[in-house]
Every structure is written in C-alpha cells, then in structure tokens.
Design a protein around this ligand. Structure first.
Ligand code: FE2
Ligand code: FE2
Length: 274
C-alpha cells in the first residue's frame, strides 16, 4: 500500500559537504514525531470504531507516518554518526505521551472536528516538507522530503474526503470549524515537537526546558519556509474549514500569517540563538 519504500531512497548519493546543522537538528525531532504515528493511529481506530473503511485507511496512514520517521531517522544518523535514532526515540516514547491516548471519542468534540484537525496537521506537514526539500542542498534529504511531502498531500486528501462525508451528517458550522483549526495550529507549540527536539538534540542529562526547546525547533523550522510554502499550506487550511483556498481572503490571510510567522521566528531566535 505504500507509495515508496526506504530502499527507494538513493542513500549512496549522501553528501556530507552539503549539510546544514540547523536542518539536522530539526530533522532529528521530526523523525520522532513521525515515528510516533502508531499511537495516533490507535486513537483514530477507537474514535472511528464503527467505520471500517476509515479504520483501514487510518491504519495505512500510520504505516506511512512511521516510515517518514524511519527515513528521516536514518538520514539523521548519516548526517550525525554519533546520533542514535532508536535510542532517541525510546527516550521520547518514555517521556512523552499523546494527551489523547485512551480517549473513546474525539477530543475535537465530533468526528468532523477530528478530521479537520487531521487536515490542519497534513497542511502543516506537506508545506513543511516542501519547504525543507527546497531549503536543503543535501541531495538525499531533498529526495526524502519530496517523497514525504507527496505522502502528506495525499494524507490531506484522505482526511479531507472523509471529513466532507461526516460534515454532511454532523453539520458543524464554519465558526466551529475555524475554532478547531486555530486550536490545532496553536498546539504546534505544545510538548509534542518541543520534547522531540529535546530528545534529539539535548546533551545527555540536560534538563528539559519547554520554552528553549520549542524556540530551538521553531526558529529553525520557520527559517526554512518561503512565502509560497505558507501560501499553499494556508490555502489547504482554508479549504478544510470550508472557505475559498484562493482569492482575496486567502491572500490577506497568507499576508498576515507570513508577518506573524516572521515575528514569532524573531522572538524564538532571541530565546534560542542558532
Ligand atoms: Fe508524515
Ligand atoms: Fe501525514
């Protein structure tokens, strides 16, 4: 069912001369968050307990997310031979637990809401890996990020199509959908990424500090974005809410979001100078 396999990546093209340490640090963190996809798959399985078609799709989705983690983890070990992906992920799993594990129904209040939140995440990941692919000069990372980005665009479509199906039944208003989307965007600064950044990059024995870890991650990640990446991501977010992905509204939102992102990036850079 996978669209590509780890062995399809041209690992022998790896070029250590073209590494950017800033990107290595965020790839290590992203590898762990992706690898944790299985836990999210378990949660989705419970929330959609009587929808076998969606359950099957979500199971396949989780397999692809895990592969994203494994590919990024393998690359990070090439980039930094002193780093061990499996050990770092074991630390992450021990110290971070998805706040929704064990829940029987969606933390978003409805299945439509759950699927909108998934669309927001896939809008973020598809634009993020497109940005990383464009930002890196290292050919293997470029290759991996392009493959992952293509999966994330497909994931968006998967969740979007199921969301439309549930929306017809649950009829959630546009303001509620907007609130769910904004809520999920805000969660990107929670522990999920920050703790992964810590497990991937902190010196052994160093204490975990949320503020400096999220700043370390975000300042680097935001630095990879160009306007066009944000433009595409925002268009997808608007589409998930039921608003036009292109046009004057979209252009105004992208403009605002870009300025906000640069403002946040400067703030994060002050907290965690590169
Ligand atoms: Fe992914
Ligand atoms: Fe995805």
């Amino acid at each position: 069912m996978k669209h590509w396999r780890i062995d399809d990546v041209r690992w022998d093209q790896f070029d250590p001369q073209r590494l950017d340490p800033s990107l290595v640090a965020i790839v290590k963190a992203a590898a762990m968050v992706e690898r944790n996809g299985t836990d999210y798959g378990t949660y989705l399985n419970r929330v959609f307990h009587d929808d076998p078609a969606f359950q099957a799709a979500a199971e396949n989705w989780a397999v692809e997310e895990v592969q994203h983690g494994d590919a990024l983890g393998r690359w990070a070990m090439l980039a930094d031979p002193s780093w061990n992906y499996q050990e770092a992920f074991a630390r992450y799993q021990k110290g971070y637990h998805l706040p929704l594990l064990g829940k029987e129904s969606s933390v978003r209040g409805s299945r439509t809401g759950e699927l909108i939140a998934r669309c927001i995440v896939e809008s973020g990941t598809s634009s993020y890996y497109s940005a990383l692919a464009d930002a890196t000069e290292e050919p293997v990372l470029k290759d991996i990020c392009r493959l992952i980005a293509a999966d994330e665009f497909r994931h968006f479509k998967l969740f979007y199509d199921h969301m439309k199906r549930y929306l017809e039944r649950e009829k959630i208003g546009v303001l509620r959908r907007l609130a769910i989307a904004l809520g999920r965007v805000g969660e990107s600064e929670d522990d999920e990424l920050a703790y992964a950044y810590y497990c991937g990059n902190a010196a052994p024995g160093a204490p975990y500090d949320h503020a400096s870890c999220i700043a370390g991650y975000m300042s680097r990640a935001m630095g990879a974005y160009r306007y066009r990446h944000l433009e595409r991501g925002i268009g997808m977010i608007l589409k998930s809410i039921g608003l036009p992905p292109r046009g004057r509204l979209s252009a105004a939102v992208v403009n605002l979001a870009w300025r906000f992102m640069q403002h946040r990036r400067r703030r994060f850079m002050r907290l965690a100078p590169v």
